[in-house]
Design a protein around this ligand. Structure first.
Ligand code: NAD
Ligand code: UFG
Length: 348
């Protein structure tokens, strides 16, 4: 089976993808600097993978450490790279643009240079629906005009452009850019999940912390949008479906016709903040106290994906609905109210 390098493999989406890759029979080497993740995630992935954990290894490194990355590529030949590693907090990127450009852009450039030096030109990259900005219409198709409203989004746009330029210059590259919509939920075991540092920026990690009593209430950012109930609408996708989307993308990289292609990974369904909170309350049996607040700067009104291209060309479709996402989010939250901070429980 192919050997895959996963950057950012200890992170939320990375850890779930590493597990699905192992379960699908792939060999995986993951790297991460644990800037926004924990080594506990790696040991839990190994436990969940059981006997297949023998096909998994991990190296702690920062992608900007060229010598360390060179060493990894010298010791191991890779068939493809899945590149998750990056900083992702929109607000922080506005405060610290240079940190984001340094980490996300320099890290990616060094990765690509080392890949070229070692003859590995197959790549799956984590892009984001953020590149659609405030879409003029929905669903968002891959051909929509692209824009960015913050430094984080700009790093995604720049890396997308970098990938298109790489392919233009050298047709041996095979690149898939995956634009994720809103990944939520956790592995159904409740053993791995999202564990953001500090106060969460995103809706579901915040809701989860209210449910376990770590935060008092959820502030709803705007209830005067032109939506069913006035709150923002997004396309929430179960993280395990998203992980499976990466396996579909890896298979697609074997298509001789593939060059540099982009696919949305979403469900194609829009859900409002209040609908999401209600579904979570039902799944958890917990009441989520709400406070109505103003709109968050930079937030779009309605964003959801057209999933047609991914369904047709990747032969992939999200299977889980909002209730599944909330059930698995709560399972993770209730078993790990402090995320990976308090470990020791077992997956069985
Ligand atoms: P995450 O923060 O949980 O995972 C990213 C991982 O990369 C972390 O473990 C972090 O420690 C690591 N990392 C960061 N910089 C690094 C560096 N220089 N060297 C080595 N490791 C480094 O985030 P996630 O939610 O799993 O997101 C994964 C990718 O998907 C990111 O590129 C993110 O921008 C993108 N994305 C995420 C979302 C989302 O809502 N979660 C949406 C769209 C796109
Ligand atoms: N929201 C609240 N209160 C909160 C947090 C969020 O009401 O405390 C609302 C937002 O206003 C929005 C919805 O919940 O209407 C979802 O917000 P998230 O922050 O969870 O997600 P976004 O769609 O704003 O952004 C996320 C990532 C981006 C990524 C984008 C698309 O943060 O990096 O999804 O993938 F680009």
């Amino acid at each position: 089976m192919p050997m895959i390098l996963v950057t950012g493999g200890a992170g939320y989406i990375g850890s779930h993808t590493v597990l699905q890759l192992l379960l699908a029979g792939y060999n995986v080497l993951a790297v991460d600097n644990f800037d926004n993740s924990s080594a506990v995630a790696i040991s839990r992935v190994k436990e969940l993978a059981g006997k297949l954990a023998k096909n998994f290894s991990f190296v702690e490194l920062d992608l900007r450490n060229r010598a360390a990355l060179e060493k990894v590529f010298t010791n191991q030949k890779f068939d493809a790279v899945i590149h998750f590693a990056g900083l992702k907090a929109v607000g922080e990127s506005v405060q610290k643009p240079l940190l984001y450009f340094d980490n996300n852009l320099i890290g990616t450039i060094i990765l690509f240079q080392v890949m070229v030096a070692h003859g590995c030109k197959k790549l799956v990259f984590s892009s984001s629906a953020t590149v659609y900005g405030w879409p003029k219409e929905v669903p968002c198709t891959e051909e929509f005009p692209l824009s960015s409203t913050n430094p984080y989004g700009r790093t995604k746009l720049i890396i997308e452009e970098m990938c298109r330029d790489l392919y233009c210059a050298d047709k041996n590259w095979k690149i898939i850019l995956l634009r994720y919509f809103n990944p939520v939920g956790a592995h159904p075991s409740g053993f791995i999940g999202e564990d953001p540092r500090g106060i969460p920026n995103n809706l579901m990690p915040f809701v989860q912390q209210v449910a376990v009593g770590r935060l008092p209430s959820l502030t709803v950012f705007g209830n005067d949008y032109k939506t069913c109930d006035g709150t923002g609408v997004r396309d929430y996708i179960h993280v395990v479906d998203l992980a499976e989307g990466h396996i579909a993308a890896l298979r697609k990289l074997d298509d001789p016709k593939i060059g540099c292609e982009v696919y949305n990974l979403g469900t194609g369904k829009g859900t409002s903040v209040l609908e999401m909170v209600k579904a979570f309350e039902q799944a958890s049996g917990k009441k989520i106290p709400l406070a109505m607040g103003g709109r968050r700067p930079g937030d779009a009104e309605i964003v959801y994906a057209s999933t047609k291209k991914a369904e047709k060309e990747l032969n992939w479709k999200a299977k889980h609905d909002i209730d599944d996402m909330c059930r698995d989010q709560w399972n993770w939250a209730s078993k790990n109210p402090y995320g990976y901070g308090r470990s020791g429980d077992s997956p069985k």
